[in-house]
Design a protein around this ligand. Structure first.
Ligand code: MG
Length: 160
């Protein structure tokens, strides 16, 4: 199999009164805004899972974890990420590295980035040095004023 690349993208709309969870970390904020979604709406982990699955040409998370299924209501996306990692292990592969970009006009995410890297690395059983996470805005020009978007690029490799 060698090396395989994958890309994932996701967007979730802001919703008042929901917890904001990004890369498994709860981000408190003054506006009390979170993201709307059937699961915990962790848009960054959703992008990461789709990148990992895409690299392996496996069905995406919309097909694996349908949003009309009660069993996935409010579920932690980190839990789903562990399941995806298991599927990929079954295919004889492992994550080599991931690069995640979170696009958000608000709230400020910088001080949570290291905790996010730690949380994702632990869930996948890889060193933190294999997980890159950064946050950016769209300078007020894009859709990210109304929600949060995320891209993820991964490299997968044969398990030694
Ligand atoms: Mg999603």
């Amino acid at each position: 199999m060698g090396m395989r690349i994958g890309h994932g993208y996701d967007v979730h709309r802001f919703e008042k009164g929901r917890a904001l969870i990004l890369c498994g970390v709860e981000i408190p904020n003054d506006e009390n805004i979170g993201l709307l979604g059937h699961s915990d709406a962790d848009v960054a982990v959703h992008a990461l899972m789709d990148a990992m699955l895409g690299a392996m040409a496996l069905p995406d998370i919309g097909r694996l974890f349908p949003d009309n299924k009660e069993e996935f209501k409010g579920i932690s996306s980190i839990l789903l990420l562990k399941r995806v990692n298991g599927l990929i292990k079954e295919k004889g592969a492992r994550l080599s590295n991931a690069d995640i970009t979170i696009i958000a006009e608000k709230p400020k995410l910088m001080k949570y980035i290291e905790q996010m890297r730690k949380t994702v690395a632990e869930a996948l059983g890889v060193p933190e040095t294999d997980i890159g996470i950064k946050a950016t805005t769209e300078e007020g020009l894009g859709i990210a004023g109304q929600g949060i978007a995320a891209h993820a690029v991964v490299l997968m490799e044969n398990q030694a």
